[in-house]
Ligand binder design. Structure first.
Ligand SMILES: Nc1ccn([C@@H]2O[C@H](COP(=O)(O)OP(=O)(O)OP(=O)(O)O)[C@@H](O)[C@H]2O)c(=O)n1
Ligand SMILES: C[C@](O)(CO)[C@H](O)COP(=O)(O)O
Length: 252
């Protein structure tokens, strides 16, 4: 696992990354906003930005902070050596989609490739970041990393709390993937669909979903099991174990 640190370098030849980090983390339980919760003594957000900075394909990182926490996030990143023109902080919005749209607005016009990476995915291996960026550079306007599923999936008809849910169908698991981030885009394509979504009041759970909603094509590249999203308390336990293994084996 490459753990080499490098400085970011905001040039048009490199991709910019938007890091939505403005969520409350309600599923994680009471406490600070999720991106500011610590993993191995370091905020999730810092792990995520460092993961992006390890990629030679990424030059600029724009962090979408909790609207009332921009100054705190600036100070936090600065205290972890992530300061300067190549790491910018803007106020996020009420939804992940709005946060991404606000982050996009902070990217210089000459940058053509944009990655969008959840602060809640702190341990994404650099190989995944590189693969997503390379796939966009090769001509795919929208790219997602994803992993196969280990459970059978069933589509159900939601019922009131406590009532059993009728199963509607069971998709062939081999045709399903769990989608991760960073997701990669041609900047103009992503900008267009976010503007359309704002106008039409369309909201979906990931940026690639916006591309699909408006008729665009998305391709999948291999993700990684360590790029999982820290959503619930058990995810933080798993992340601590992954980090401990990396620190023991890679000097992470
Ligand atoms: N208004 C929001 C909501 C979410 N996010 C970010 O989007 C990513 C994925 O969202 P999720 O895992 O759902 O985070 P939360 O919204 O914080 O979690 P919860 O739904 O449990 O509150 C996270 O990095 C989160 O900080 C964001 O930037 N702005
Ligand atoms: C963007 C994402 O991480 C792709 O799997 C996921 O959709 C985020 O969902 P959340 O409910 O906003 O965490």
């Amino acid at each position: 696992m490459a753990t080499e640190e490098r400085n970011l370098n905001a040039t048009a030849q490199l991709a910019a990354a938007v890091v939505p980090a403005a969520g409350r983390g309600e599923r994680l339980g009471p406490g600070a906003p999720k991106a500011l919760r610590e993993l191995g003594g370091v905020p999730l957000l810092v792990h995520a930005v460092r993961a992006l900075a390890r990629s030679r394909a990424v030059g600029l990182v724009v962090v979408c902070a909790p609207p009332d926490g921009v100054a705190e996030v600036v100070g936090l990143l600065d205290s972890h050596g992530l300061e300067g023109d190549d790491v910018r902080v803007v106020a996020g919005g009420a939804t992940r989609q709005e946060s991404v749209r606000l982050g996009l607005a902070a990217i210089p016009a000459d940058i053509r490739v944009v990655l969008v990476h959840d602060a809640a995915r702190p341990l994404v291996p650099v190989e995944v970041v590189d693969a997503v960026a390379a796939a966009v550079r090769s001509g795919h306007p929208a790219v997602v990393p994803a992993v196969p599923l280990a459970d059978t999936v069933k589509r159900v008809e939601p019922q009131p709390a406590g009532a059993p849910e009728p199963v509607l169908d069971t998709p062939d698991r081999s045709t399903l993937r769990a989608v991760q981030t960073p997701q990669g885009f041609d900047r103009a394509a992503l900008h267009e669909v976010h503007l359309k979504a704002l106008t039409e009041e369309t909201s979906v759970t990931d940026d690639a979903g916006l591309i699909e909603h408006f008729g665009g094509r998305v391709v999948v590249v291999p993700g990684h099991e360590e790029a999982f999203k820290v959503t619930r308390p058990l995810d933080l336990v798993l992340a601590e174990a992954v980090l401990a293994r990396r620190r023991a084996t890679d000097g992470y």
